[in-house]
Design a protein around this ligand. Structure first.
Ligand code: C2E
Ligand code: MG
Ligand code: MG
Ligand code: MG
Length: 295
């Protein structure tokens, strides 16, 4: 504060903008280099069927492993990647790696693989065709791929054609058997009204909803009602961010049998995931949920 004593508000504001701008442009050139230098990897997180305790699906999550060993989370660079157009390269890279692993895992363990797709990718012509060519190249059967999109990718106001393009591409993908999930369900606006009209197969309940299950008041009942709504529309419902046994039990009580969260496993490398899958198929008894599994 003392340092800026001589400056007026506008100048301080301007300095802040410059600093943010500088940070953004540095990050953006770092990211560009990272894509070329192959510093972008993928982490995998299991999705569990609570009835059997078995892994039924695996979500691929982008990671940026910098030269100095630090790992950046997608929250730090996905938006920037969307603004700079790098999202297409990053998205293709995640899709290829995910499908390559998914081809092996689906064959050996019957699990499917889920990949996050940015609105920018689906709003571009030719995305569906790229997915088809990756499926062909990797040998992953289409029905073992789930594309996770947020509601705002397919639902939008106005006459803009990009929402129609996104929906059309999803329809074409679904026709070949690819599954589509609404990610972070509950954080958008039009969720309840539009759910039955969307070209989707799966609803992923946002973590903030899962957390409300712990409450015994209206909020908890509201989440139960959302789960029932999804199930009544014949959608698979997956709870995100399950961290406690109490949440696990409450989900089971409300017939939400698919769950993902730290309780079952944090995002992990492909190698560790492969080991975990092999270990679980080895056991003849239906193995209990690996609570507290550490990675
Ligand atoms: P998301 O698709 O909703 O993915 C779930 C996020 O929740 C992941 O964060 C995961 O690590 C985190 N998570 C899982 N279980 C728990 C839990 O029990 N507790 C808590 N607190 N968090 C949990 P992550 O990996 O940092 O990814 C954040 C978001 O970045 C993703 O949210 C997704 O929207 C986006 N993202 C990640 N990878 C990609 C990608 O390849 N492409 C695109 N377009 N977006 C991606
Ligand atoms: Mg997701
Ligand atoms: Mg999600
Ligand atoms: Mg989420």
């Amino acid at each position: 504060a003392a340092k800026s004593a001589g400056k007026d508000r506008a100048e301080i504001f301007h300095d802040g903008l410059l600093a943010a701008q500088l940070h953004r442009s540095r990050l953006s050139s770092e990211l560009r280099t990272a894509v070329v230098a192959d510093e972008l990897t993928v982490a995998f997180q299991p999705i569990i069927d609570l009835r059997t305790g078995k892994v039924v699906s695996i979500e691929a999550l982008s990671r940026w492993r910098r030269e100095d060993g630090t790992v950046a989370s997608p929250a730090e660079y996905i938006t920037l990647a969307e603004q700079t157009g790098l999202i297409h390269e990053i998205g293709d890279h995640v899709l290829e790696q995910a499908c390559r692993h998914g081809a092996t895992w689906s064959r050996r363990h019957g699990v499917s693989i889920a990949v996050n797709v940015s609105a920018h990718q689906l709003h571009e012509e030719g995305y569906a065709e790229r997915v088809f060519s990756v499926l062909t190249a990797t040998g992953l059967p289409p029905s073992f791929l789930t594309l996770e999109v947020t509601e705002s990718t397919i639902v939008g106001s106005g006459a803009s054609g990009k929402f129609r393009l996104a929906s059309d591409q999803l329809r074409r993908l679904r026709k070949q058997g690819v599954q589509v999930a609404v990610d972070d369900f509950g954080t958008g606006y039009s969720c309840l009204a539009s759910l039955h009209t969307l070209p989707v197969d799966v609803v992923k309940l946002d973590r903030s909803f899962t957390a409300l299950l712990d409450t015994d008041d209206n909020r908890g009942r509201f989440v139960h009602a959302i789960i029932e709504l999804g199930l009544s529309l014949d959608l698979a419902v997956i709870a995100e961010g399950v961290e406690t046994i109490d949440q696990h039990n409450r989900l089971r009580d409300s017939s939400c049998f698919l769950a993902q969260g730290y309780l079952f496993g944090r995002p992990m490398s492909g190698d560790i995931m492969a080991t975990r899958l092999a270990h679980h198929s080895d056991s003849t008894t239906s193995s209990p949920v690996a609570i507290g599994h550490r990675h």
